[in-house]
Design a protein around this ligand. Sequence first.
Ligand code: CMP
Length: 393
Amino acid sequence: MSWERLYQVLQPETAGTAARVFRVTHHAMVIVGIAIMLADTVSEWRQAYHEILDAGFQLACAFFFAEYVVRLAVAPSAPGVPRRGWRARLAWAASTGGVFDLLGALPGILDIVFNPKYASLYGFIWVFKPVRYAPGLASLQRVISRARHALLSVLLGFGIVLLAAASLAYLLERNAQPELFGSIPLALWWAIVTLTTTGYGDVTPVTPLGRVLAGIVMVSGILVFALWAGILATGYAEELRRREFLRTWDLVAKVPFFHNVGASVIADVARLLRPRDYPARAAIVRRGERGDCMYFIASGEVEVRLRPGAVRLGPGEFFGEIALLTGEPRSATIVAVQPCTLLTLDIVDFRQLLGRQPQLARVVSEEAERRLQANDVREQPMHQAALKTDPAE
Ligand code: CMP
């Protein structure tokens, strides 16, 4: 197996049997390693099963050590790495992933070199191993990194309120409870327990003013955490919108219909389109329904069931525009022939977009006109046949 292939096998998103087997083994080793670490701390289990526990621990250690060595070896095969050879390996070893993988290989090294009695305890580091396979955690990291200025401002506010609360509590309570509020560092414990709304109850103010202060600090604590939650929730929503935009951009750029328009039009369109996946044989549009959106085909094929006959549409083509332009019900039923990825454009956005992009408006309405004429031609023989067989005529 080449280095490039080995590199691919180790990547979380790679499909294929080898990559899947590696992932299953990796996750199984994490579970085994952590279970052994937990079991090792129960003395009855340790006494009864120490041979099995030791063997399992060494197996997990050997696996994570080998994984580290292989990841280090294949580091130069990563796409877009500017450095080659050992420079690329050093760069990977110094990256966050590299440092965590080294820490993951450490329990085994500790066990071999120092043979400490509780080497398995260091196995807690393995709980971080699945992070690479959890895209949600990677998003959280990006959200925190983007919102770091806002989060740090709130943290600074938290620090200010904490210190002010401890200082005021010291002033108000030091005479009544010198053993608990005798200094600002002592009062800080009460302040942090109150500000985080934990409230152990081991230290409580007894003077009336001290209690008023406690009430204010508790409410401030709720406000601080509400602000943190708000910043993170907004960051998450933005991250999801950004990911959806990138996926849509990618799909829009692949649709031949948009090839001739500039990047600004693509960006304009990508903001409004929503990708949707349909399985084969799914009915996307039904004749007679009210039309509320139109569709661009990013991939796959659909069948437009007309009366009589049918037409197939493929990547780059669009449908569902006639109902939006005429206000009439859907003129045909449309079914996915293969699994399809479609980009939908809502009726309100459709009107705004066509207003802003006259070139797009012309293409869509010319095609709608052509289709309506073609349908009239198709339906004529049916009308004539009906007229011939109708005895009333
Ligand atoms: P609409 O009437 O909104 O819903 C059904 C869609 O089928 C219609 O818009 C067109 O986009 C599409 N359609 C109708 N007739 C034809 C045709 N002759 N060729 C291709 N597509 C068609």
